[in-house]
Design a protein around this ligand. Sequence first.
Ligand SMILES: C[S@@+](CC[C@H](N)C(=O)[O-])C[C@H]1O[C@@H](n2cnc3c(N)ncnc32)[C@H](O)[C@@H]1O
Length: 219
Amino acid sequence: MTETLPRLDQRLKAVASQIRCRVHADIGSDHAHLIRAMLAAGRIEYGIAIENKRQPFLNSQTTLAGCEAEVRFADGLDGLQSGEADGLSICGMGGRSVVGILSAHPDRVPPLVVIQPNRDVDRVRQWGIESGYHLVDETIAVGHWPYEILRFERADIDRDPAYDGLDREAALMFGPHMIRRWRTDFVERLKAELAYLEALDQLTDVAAKRRDVIERLLA
Ligand SMILES: C[S@@+](CC[C@H](N)C(=O)[O-])C[C@H]1O[C@@H](n2cnc3c(N)ncnc32)[C@H](O)[C@@H]1O
């Protein structure tokens, strides 16, 4: 794994493992290690790194020099044409920013989308439901904290079966696949968050909603 996916931390390794396509675009590439490693591993044939800030753009150019890749200075999907890429990733941004980028040019979003949002993950899941992208897998990579990684695929039918029969609010918040799998580490994290929230003197509306949802899941 280390040889084929060089220089990636656990978070980006988990992202890379969800991607296999011909042309892949990474928005907010920064150091561009993800594209570089996926080219080296043969997971993608051509990479498009997109950055809207000068230093990360230059970092991406340095990393990808001589590779089957190009670096574009652009704001999100402004830098990608419709049909140009088969896959897209956005990692290390908040869910609101991610949804803003995806919603700016819905016609340019490729059929495979892998997102690693730092927060507001429910908004990204909601984007999938509203945009005809099914959530086909989700994983958690443990780094500084647990990072959720969501893999979407464009679908012909509107209804995403991942949510069938589940408490919709809970599934948006914690992930339909996570809830179905009900793995020990996931359940332990729910219990730990509940204990933390219950120990607080006052809860914001958002925190109170999370507490209520966790209580329902653990009941
Ligand atoms: C926190 S870094 C994450 C870097 C890398 N994706 C990772 O996960 O390690 C976010 C990067 O996204 C870039 N970025 C933020 N908004 C963007 C946008 N609308 N279009 C292109 N790049 C953007 C920033 O300049 C920054 O380099």
